[in-house]
Design a protein around this ligand. Sequence first.
Ligand SMILES: [Zn+2]
Length: 431
Amino acid sequence: MSDVILLGQTLSFAGDPFAAPWSEVTRHRERGGVLIRDGRIAAVDEGDILRQANPGAELRDYGRALISAGFVDAHMHYPQSSIIGSWGKRLIDWLNGYTFPEEMRLADPDYAAETAGRTLDLALAHGTTSLCSFCTIHPHSVDLFFEAARQRGMRVVAGKTCMDRNAPDGLRDTVQCAQDDTAALIARWHRKGRALYAITPRFSPTSTPDQLEALGALWAANPDCLMQTHLAEQTDEVAWVRALFPDARDYLDTYERFGLLGERGLYGHAIHLEPREIDRLAETGAAVVHCPTSNTFIGSGLFDMAGLKGRGLSVGLATDTGGGSSFSMLRTMAAAYEIGQLRGTPMHAAQLMWLATEGSARALHLGGTIGHLGPGAEADLVVLDLASTPAIAQRTDRATDLWEALFPTIMMGDDRAVRDVWIAGKRVEMT
Ligand SMILES: [Zn+2]
Protein backbone atom coordinates (compact mmCIF):
# COMPACT_ATOMS: atom_id res chain seq x y z
CA MET A 1 0.00 0.00 0.00
CA SER A 2 1.49 3.36 -0.98
CA ASP A 3 1.74 6.27 1.42
CA VAL A 4 -1.11 8.77 1.44
CA ILE A 5 -1.09 12.37 2.63
CA LEU A 6 -4.40 13.98 3.60
CA LEU A 7 -4.33 17.79 3.51
CA GLY A 8 -6.71 20.10 5.35
CA GLN A 9 -7.14 21.64 8.76
CA THR A 10 -6.01 19.19 11.45
CA LEU A 11 -6.95 18.92 15.10
CA SER A 12 -5.05 16.77 17.56
CA PHE A 13 -4.65 16.51 21.32
CA ALA A 14 -1.53 16.16 23.45
CA GLY A 15 -3.44 15.68 26.71
CA ASP A 16 -6.78 15.78 28.50
CA PRO A 17 -8.42 19.25 28.16
CA PHE A 18 -10.30 18.63 31.41
CA ALA A 19 -7.03 18.12 33.32
CA ALA A 20 -5.12 21.02 31.72
CA PRO A 21 -6.25 24.24 30.02
CA TRP A 22 -7.65 23.20 26.63
CA SER A 23 -5.44 25.69 24.81
CA GLU A 24 -2.31 23.97 26.13
CA VAL A 25 -3.21 20.47 24.96
CA THR A 26 -4.82 21.11 21.58
CA ARG A 27 -2.93 21.44 18.32
CA HIS A 28 -4.66 23.00 15.32
CA ARG A 29 -3.03 23.46 11.93
CA GLU A 30 -4.71 25.64 9.30
CA ARG A 31 -2.96 23.81 6.49
CA GLY A 32 -1.98 20.56 8.09
CA GLY A 33 -1.32 17.10 6.79
CA VAL A 34 -1.68 13.51 7.94
CA LEU A 35 0.72 10.93 6.53
CA ILE A 36 -0.79 7.44 6.40
CA ARG A 37 1.46 4.41 6.01
CA ASP A 38 0.46 0.74 6.32
CA GLY A 39 -2.88 1.54 7.92
CA ARG A 40 -1.42 3.76 10.62
CA ILE A 41 -0.75 7.45 11.07
CA ALA A 42 2.96 7.93 10.42
CA ALA A 43 3.07 11.70 10.98
CA VAL A 44 0.94 14.81 11.53
CA ASP A 45 2.60 18.06 10.54
CA GLU A 46 2.36 21.10 8.30
CA GLY A 47 1.07 19.90 4.94
CA ASP A 48 3.97 21.38 2.96
CA ILE A 49 6.57 19.73 5.20
CA LEU A 50 4.97 16.30 4.73
CA ARG A 51 4.73 16.78 0.96
CA GLN A 52 8.38 17.74 0.62
CA ALA A 53 9.54 14.85 2.77
CA ASN A 54 7.32 12.29 0.99
CA PRO A 55 7.28 13.20 -2.72
CA GLY A 56 5.99 9.77 -3.74
CA ALA A 57 2.91 9.85 -1.53
CA GLU A 58 -0.57 10.01 -3.00
CA LEU A 59 -2.25 13.32 -2.12
CA ARG A 60 -5.83 13.97 -1.14
CA ASP A 61 -6.62 17.63 -0.53
CA TYR A 62 -9.64 18.41 1.63
CA GLY A 63 -9.18 22.19 1.47
CA ARG A 64 -10.76 23.89 4.49
CA ALA A 65 -12.34 20.70 5.84
CA LEU A 66 -11.19 19.49 9.27
CA ILE A 67 -9.33 16.19 9.62
CA SER A 68 -9.89 14.60 13.04
CA ALA A 69 -9.50 11.21 14.61
CA GLY A 70 -12.66 9.21 13.88
CA PHE A 71 -15.39 9.28 16.50
CA VAL A 72 -15.53 6.49 19.09
CA ASP A 73 -18.99 5.55 20.40
CA ALA A 74 -18.28 3.92 23.76
CA HIS A 75 -21.76 2.51 24.54
CA MET A 76 -24.49 1.47 22.16
CA HIS A 77 -26.86 -1.38 21.39
CA TYR A 78 -26.72 -2.37 17.73
CA PRO A 79 -29.81 -4.60 18.08
CA GLN A 80 -31.84 -1.48 18.91
CA SER A 81 -30.99 0.48 15.75
CA SER A 82 -34.41 -0.19 14.24
CA ILE A 83 -36.32 1.17 17.27
CA ILE A 84 -34.43 4.46 17.59
CA GLY A 85 -36.78 7.40 18.08
CA SER A 86 -39.62 5.41 19.68
CA TRP A 87 -42.03 7.56 21.64
CA GLY A 88 -42.80 8.15 25.25
CA LYS A 89 -41.36 5.63 27.70
CA ARG A 90 -39.08 5.62 30.71
CA LEU A 91 -36.38 3.02 31.19
CA ILE A 92 -38.21 -0.05 32.47
CA ASP A 93 -41.20 0.51 30.14
CA TRP A 94 -38.78 1.21 27.32
CA LEU A 95 -37.10 -2.15 27.81
CA ASN A 96 -40.38 -4.06 28.02
CA GLY A 97 -42.25 -2.10 25.34
CA TYR A 98 -39.60 -1.62 22.68
CA THR A 99 -36.23 -3.20 23.44
CA PHE A 100 -37.08 -6.76 24.41
CA PRO A 101 -39.53 -7.41 21.50
CA GLU A 102 -36.90 -6.09 19.06
CA GLU A 103 -34.03 -8.05 20.61
CA MET A 104 -36.24 -11.15 20.27
CA ARG A 105 -36.27 -10.64 16.50
CA LEU A 106 -32.50 -11.11 16.41
CA ALA A 107 -33.06 -14.79 17.14
CA ASP A 108 -33.25 -14.88 13.33
CA PRO A 109 -29.59 -14.85 12.15
CA ASP A 110 -30.51 -13.23 8.83
CA TYR A 111 -32.18 -10.33 10.61
CA ALA A 112 -29.27 -10.05 13.06
CA ALA A 113 -26.74 -9.94 10.21
CA GLU A 114 -28.74 -7.31 8.34
CA THR A 115 -29.10 -5.19 11.50
CA ALA A 116 -25.38 -5.45 12.29
CA GLY A 117 -24.35 -4.38 8.78
CA ARG A 118 -26.90 -1.58 8.64
CA THR A 119 -25.78 -0.24 12.05
CA LEU A 120 -22.12 -0.19 11.10
CA ASP A 121 -22.87 1.55 7.80
CA LEU A 122 -24.93 4.17 9.64
CA ALA A 123 -22.10 4.65 12.14
CA LEU A 124 -19.57 5.16 9.33
CA ALA A 125 -21.88 7.59 7.54
CA HIS A 126 -21.90 9.64 10.76
CA GLY A 127 -18.11 9.59 11.12
CA THR A 128 -18.02 6.96 13.87
CA THR A 129 -15.13 4.62 13.19
CA SER A 130 -15.25 2.47 16.35
CA LEU A 131 -18.03 1.43 18.64
CA CYS A 132 -18.60 -0.61 21.75
CA SER A 133 -21.88 -2.50 21.50
CA PHE A 134 -24.14 -4.70 23.52
CA CYS A 135 -25.52 -7.60 21.46
CA THR A 136 -28.47 -9.86 22.43
CA ILE A 137 -28.48 -13.10 24.41
CA HIS A 138 -28.04 -15.00 21.13
CA PRO A 139 -24.37 -15.92 20.56
CA HIS A 140 -24.84 -15.53 16.79
CA SER A 141 -25.70 -11.85 17.38
CA VAL A 142 -22.10 -11.42 18.55
CA ASP A 143 -20.56 -13.50 15.77
CA LEU A 144 -22.47 -11.60 13.10
CA PHE A 145 -21.59 -8.19 14.54
CA PHE A 146 -17.87 -8.99 14.74
CA GLU A 147 -18.02 -10.47 11.24
CA ALA A 148 -19.73 -7.34 9.85
CA ALA A 149 -17.04 -5.18 11.52
CA ARG A 150 -14.26 -7.41 10.16
CA GLN A 151 -15.63 -7.01 6.63
CA ARG A 152 -15.46 -3.22 7.07
CA GLY A 153 -12.06 -3.32 8.78
CA MET A 154 -13.47 -1.62 11.89
CA ARG A 155 -12.14 -1.87 15.43
CA VAL A 156 -15.12 -2.73 17.65
CA VAL A 157 -15.82 -3.98 21.14
CA ALA A 158 -18.87 -6.18 21.76
CA GLY A 159 -20.30 -8.90 23.95
CA LYS A 160 -23.25 -11.22 24.40
CA THR A 161 -25.82 -9.58 26.69
CA CYS A 162 -26.47 -11.93 29.62
CA MET A 163 -29.87 -12.00 31.36
CA ASP A 164 -31.34 -14.81 33.44
CA ARG A 165 -34.23 -13.00 35.13
CA ASN A 166 -36.70 -10.13 34.68
CA ALA A 167 -36.71 -10.60 30.93
CA PRO A 168 -39.29 -12.36 28.74
CA ASP A 169 -39.17 -15.97 27.57
CA GLY A 170 -36.78 -16.24 24.67
CA LEU A 171 -34.47 -13.53 26.05
CA ARG A 172 -33.24 -15.33 29.16
CA ASP A 173 -30.21 -17.55 29.37
CA THR A 174 -28.97 -19.38 32.46
CA VAL A 175 -25.91 -19.11 34.67
CA GLN A 176 -24.22 -21.99 32.85
CA CYS A 177 -25.25 -20.88 29.38
CA ALA A 178 -24.06 -17.30 29.95
CA GLN A 179 -20.71 -18.59 31.17
CA ASP A 180 -20.25 -21.18 28.38
CA ASP A 181 -21.41 -18.89 25.56
CA THR A 182 -19.25 -16.01 26.79
CA ALA A 183 -16.15 -18.20 27.21
CA ALA A 184 -16.58 -19.60 23.68
CA LEU A 185 -17.08 -16.11 22.19
CA ILE A 186 -13.97 -14.79 23.97
CA ALA A 187 -11.94 -17.66 22.52
CA ARG A 188 -13.40 -17.03 19.06
CA TRP A 189 -13.11 -13.22 18.88
CA HIS A 190 -11.05 -11.47 21.55
CA ARG A 191 -8.04 -9.78 19.92
CA LYS A 192 -8.76 -11.54 16.62
CA GLY A 193 -7.96 -8.83 14.08
CA ARG A 194 -9.41 -5.60 15.45
CA ALA A 195 -12.08 -7.25 17.64
CA LEU A 196 -12.17 -6.95 21.42
CA TYR A 197 -14.55 -8.76 23.72
CA ALA A 198 -16.52 -7.20 26.58
CA ILE A 199 -18.16 -9.46 29.16
CA THR A 200 -21.70 -8.06 29.20
CA PRO A 201 -24.27 -8.45 31.98
CA ARG A 202 -27.07 -6.07 30.83
CA PHE A 203 -27.53 -4.67 34.35
CA SER A 204 -27.96 -6.17 37.79
CA PRO A 205 -31.82 -6.31 37.70
CA THR A 206 -31.71 -8.82 34.81
CA SER A 207 -29.01 -11.10 36.25
CA THR A 208 -29.31 -13.29 39.33
CA PRO A 209 -26.53 -13.03 41.90
CA ASP A 210 -25.34 -16.44 40.67
CA GLN A 211 -25.03 -15.18 37.11
CA LEU A 212 -23.20 -12.03 38.19
CA GLU A 213 -20.83 -14.19 40.22
CA ALA A 214 -20.19 -16.53 37.27
CA LEU A 215 -19.43 -13.58 34.98
CA GLY A 216 -17.16 -12.06 37.63
CA ALA A 217 -15.21 -15.34 37.76
CA LEU A 218 -15.00 -15.38 33.97
CA TRP A 219 -13.60 -11.84 33.96
CA ALA A 220 -11.03 -12.83 36.58
CA ALA A 221 -9.97 -15.67 34.28
CA ASN A 222 -9.88 -13.33 31.25
CA PRO A 223 -8.65 -10.03 32.72
CA ASP A 224 -7.67 -8.63 29.32
CA CYS A 225 -11.35 -8.49 28.31
CA LEU A 226 -13.42 -5.42 28.97
CA MET A 227 -16.63 -5.62 31.01
CA GLN A 228 -19.61 -3.42 30.11
CA THR A 229 -22.90 -2.86 31.89
CA HIS A 230 -25.29 -0.12 33.07
CA LEU A 231 -25.21 1.86 36.32
CA ALA A 232 -27.60 4.28 38.03
CA GLU A 233 -29.44 5.52 34.95
CA GLN A 234 -32.83 6.34 36.50
CA THR A 235 -34.03 6.81 40.07
CA ASP A 236 -36.76 4.14 39.83
CA GLU A 237 -34.15 1.71 38.45
CA VAL A 238 -31.89 2.48 41.45
CA ALA A 239 -34.83 1.78 43.80
CA TRP A 240 -35.49 -1.53 42.00
CA VAL A 241 -31.85 -2.56 42.41
CA ARG A 242 -32.05 -1.71 46.10
CA ALA A 243 -35.12 -3.98 46.45
CA LEU A 244 -33.49 -6.83 44.50
CA PHE A 245 -30.19 -6.63 46.44
CA PRO A 246 -31.16 -5.61 49.99
CA ASP A 247 -27.68 -6.43 51.33
CA ALA A 248 -25.81 -4.30 48.79
CA ARG A 249 -24.29 -1.01 49.94
CA ASP A 250 -25.40 0.68 46.70
CA TYR A 251 -25.92 -0.06 43.00
CA LEU A 252 -22.21 -0.35 42.21
CA ASP A 253 -21.83 -2.86 45.03
CA THR A 254 -24.15 -5.26 43.15
CA TYR A 255 -21.27 -5.52 40.66
CA GLU A 256 -18.36 -5.05 43.04
CA ARG A 257 -19.33 -7.91 45.36
CA PHE A 258 -19.33 -10.32 42.40
CA GLY A 259 -15.98 -9.29 40.92
CA LEU A 260 -17.52 -7.02 38.30
CA LEU A 261 -15.73 -3.80 39.29
CA GLY A 262 -12.32 -3.23 37.77
CA GLU A 263 -10.09 -0.99 35.72
CA ARG A 264 -11.35 -2.43 32.44
CA GLY A 265 -14.99 -1.98 33.47
CA LEU A 266 -17.34 0.34 31.56
CA TYR A 267 -20.42 1.63 33.35
CA GLY A 268 -23.01 3.29 31.12
CA HIS A 269 -24.92 6.38 32.36
CA ALA A 270 -23.72 6.70 36.01
CA ILE A 271 -26.05 9.62 36.76
CA HIS A 272 -27.50 8.94 40.22
CA LEU A 273 -24.33 7.99 42.10
CA GLU A 274 -23.68 7.82 45.83
CA PRO A 275 -20.40 9.27 47.16
CA ARG A 276 -19.06 5.76 47.86
CA GLU A 277 -19.71 4.72 44.28
CA ILE A 278 -17.77 7.71 42.95
CA ASP A 279 -14.91 6.93 45.35
CA ARG A 280 -14.73 3.30 44.23
CA LEU A 281 -14.92 4.16 40.52
CA ALA A 282 -12.07 6.63 41.03
CA GLU A 283 -9.96 4.19 43.07
CA THR A 284 -10.30 1.32 40.60
CA GLY A 285 -9.75 3.43 37.47
CA ALA A 286 -12.99 2.16 35.95
CA ALA A 287 -14.67 4.22 33.23
CA VAL A 288 -18.14 5.69 33.12
CA VAL A 289 -19.83 6.45 29.80
CA HIS A 290 -21.97 9.53 29.27
CA CYS A 291 -24.95 9.02 26.94
CA PRO A 292 -26.52 12.50 26.79
CA THR A 293 -29.14 12.11 24.04
CA SER A 294 -30.42 8.99 25.78
CA ASN A 295 -30.49 10.69 29.17
CA THR A 296 -32.71 13.52 27.91
CA PHE A 297 -34.78 11.32 25.57
CA ILE A 298 -35.67 8.75 28.24
CA GLY A 299 -35.76 11.43 30.95
CA SER A 300 -32.99 9.93 33.08
CA GLY A 301 -31.21 12.98 34.51
CA LEU A 302 -28.21 15.27 34.16
CA PHE A 303 -24.77 13.59 34.18
CA ASP A 304 -22.20 15.43 36.32
CA MET A 305 -19.32 15.73 33.84
CA ALA A 306 -17.49 18.49 35.72
CA GLY A 307 -17.79 16.70 39.07
CA LEU A 308 -16.72 13.27 37.81
CA LYS A 309 -13.88 14.55 35.62
CA GLY A 310 -12.85 16.67 38.58
CA ARG A 311 -12.50 13.46 40.57
CA GLY A 312 -10.23 12.08 37.86
CA LEU A 313 -12.69 9.52 36.49
CA SER A 314 -12.23 8.17 33.00
CA VAL A 315 -15.29 9.26 30.99
CA GLY A 316 -16.33 8.16 27.52
CA LEU A 317 -19.07 9.59 25.30
CA ALA A 318 -21.72 7.52 23.57
CA THR A 319 -24.97 7.50 21.62
CA ASP A 320 -26.65 4.63 23.53
CA THR A 321 -28.52 3.76 20.32
CA GLY A 322 -31.51 3.13 20.35
CA GLY A 323 -32.32 4.68 23.79
CA GLY A 324 -30.25 7.58 22.46
CA SER A 325 -31.98 9.58 19.78
CA SER A 326 -29.16 9.94 17.25
CA PHE A 327 -26.43 7.93 15.53
CA SER A 328 -24.37 11.13 15.33
CA MET A 329 -21.53 11.85 17.75
CA LEU A 330 -21.88 15.51 16.68
CA ARG A 331 -25.45 15.54 18.00
CA THR A 332 -24.18 13.62 21.05
CA MET A 333 -21.57 16.33 21.73
CA ALA A 334 -24.31 18.96 21.37
CA ALA A 335 -26.45 17.16 23.95
CA ALA A 336 -23.47 16.85 26.31
CA TYR A 337 -22.94 20.61 25.94
CA GLU A 338 -26.61 21.29 26.70
CA ILE A 339 -26.55 19.07 29.81
CA GLY A 340 -23.40 20.89 30.91
CA GLN A 341 -25.26 24.18 30.48
CA LEU A 342 -28.20 22.94 32.57
CA ARG A 343 -25.70 22.04 35.33
CA GLY A 344 -23.94 25.38 35.06
CA THR A 345 -20.76 23.80 33.67
CA PRO A 346 -20.71 24.21 29.88
CA MET A 347 -17.89 22.52 27.99
CA HIS A 348 -15.55 24.02 25.40
CA ALA A 349 -15.60 22.62 21.85
CA ALA A 350 -12.11 21.21 22.47
CA GLN A 351 -13.39 19.22 25.45
CA LEU A 352 -16.35 17.91 23.44
CA MET A 353 -14.16 16.79 20.54
CA TRP A 354 -11.72 15.18 22.99
CA LEU A 355 -14.53 13.24 24.68
CA ALA A 356 -15.84 11.93 21.35
CA THR A 357 -12.40 10.71 20.29
CA GLU A 358 -9.62 10.43 22.89
CA GLY A 359 -11.93 10.23 25.93
CA SER A 360 -13.96 7.33 24.57
CA ALA A 361 -10.82 5.58 23.34
CA ARG A 362 -9.21 5.87 26.77
CA ALA A 363 -12.39 4.55 28.41
CA LEU A 364 -12.03 1.48 26.18
CA HIS A 365 -8.31 1.24 27.10
CA LEU A 366 -7.46 2.02 23.48
CA GLY A 367 -5.87 5.43 24.07
CA GLY A 368 -3.17 6.13 21.48
CA THR A 369 -4.52 3.28 19.33
CA ILE A 370 -7.79 4.80 18.12
CA GLY A 371 -9.40 8.20 18.61
CA HIS A 372 -5.96 9.81 18.31
CA LEU A 373 -4.54 11.94 15.51
CA GLY A 374 -0.89 11.23 16.13
CA PRO A 375 1.96 8.97 15.03
CA GLY A 376 1.44 5.27 15.71
CA ALA A 377 -2.35 5.42 15.97
CA GLU A 378 -4.49 3.32 13.67
CA ALA A 379 -5.57 5.54 10.78
CA ASP A 380 -9.30 5.78 11.52
CA LEU A 381 -10.23 9.33 10.56
CA VAL A 382 -13.18 11.58 9.90
CA VAL A 383 -13.06 14.60 7.62
CA LEU A 384 -15.62 17.23 8.61
CA ASP A 385 -17.09 19.84 6.29
CA LEU A 386 -17.51 22.88 8.56
CA ALA A 387 -20.03 24.49 6.18
CA SER A 388 -22.26 21.50 5.45
CA THR A 389 -25.62 23.28 5.40
CA PRO A 390 -26.61 26.87 4.51
CA ALA A 391 -27.46 27.55 8.17
CA ILE A 392 -24.06 26.36 9.38
CA ALA A 393 -22.17 27.96 6.48
CA GLN A 394 -23.56 31.47 7.11
CA ARG A 395 -22.39 31.21 10.72
CA THR A 396 -18.99 29.69 9.94
CA ASP A 397 -18.38 32.48 7.41
CA ARG A 398 -17.89 34.90 10.29
CA ALA A 399 -15.65 32.64 12.37
CA THR A 400 -12.32 34.08 13.41
CA ASP A 401 -10.74 30.88 14.71
CA LEU A 402 -11.16 27.11 14.54
CA TRP A 403 -13.39 26.87 17.60
CA GLU A 404 -15.86 29.42 16.29
CA ALA A 405 -15.83 27.59 12.96
CA LEU A 406 -16.27 24.14 14.53
CA PHE A 407 -18.84 24.78 17.25
CA PRO A 408 -21.80 25.39 14.87
CA THR A 409 -21.08 22.00 13.27
CA ILE A 410 -21.03 20.37 16.73
CA MET A 411 -24.36 22.00 17.62
CA MET A 412 -26.14 21.81 14.25
CA GLY A 413 -24.26 19.21 12.21
CA ASP A 414 -25.17 15.66 11.27
CA ASP A 415 -24.10 13.09 8.66
CA ARG A 416 -24.12 15.84 6.01
CA ALA A 417 -21.02 17.26 7.74
CA VAL A 418 -19.09 14.02 7.19
CA ARG A 419 -17.11 14.56 4.03
CA ASP A 420 -15.04 11.38 4.23
CA VAL A 421 -14.15 8.53 6.55
CA TRP A 422 -10.95 6.49 6.62
CA ILE A 423 -10.67 3.09 8.27
CA ALA A 424 -7.21 1.63 8.92
CA GLY A 425 -5.76 3.92 6.25
CA LYS A 426 -8.36 3.17 3.58
CA ARG A 427 -11.00 5.59 2.40
CA VAL A 428 -14.50 4.22 2.99
CA GLU A 429 -16.74 4.06 -0.05
CA MET A 430 -20.10 5.11 1.37
CA THR A 431 -23.05 3.06 0.18
ZN1 LIG B 1 -27.30 1.16 27.18
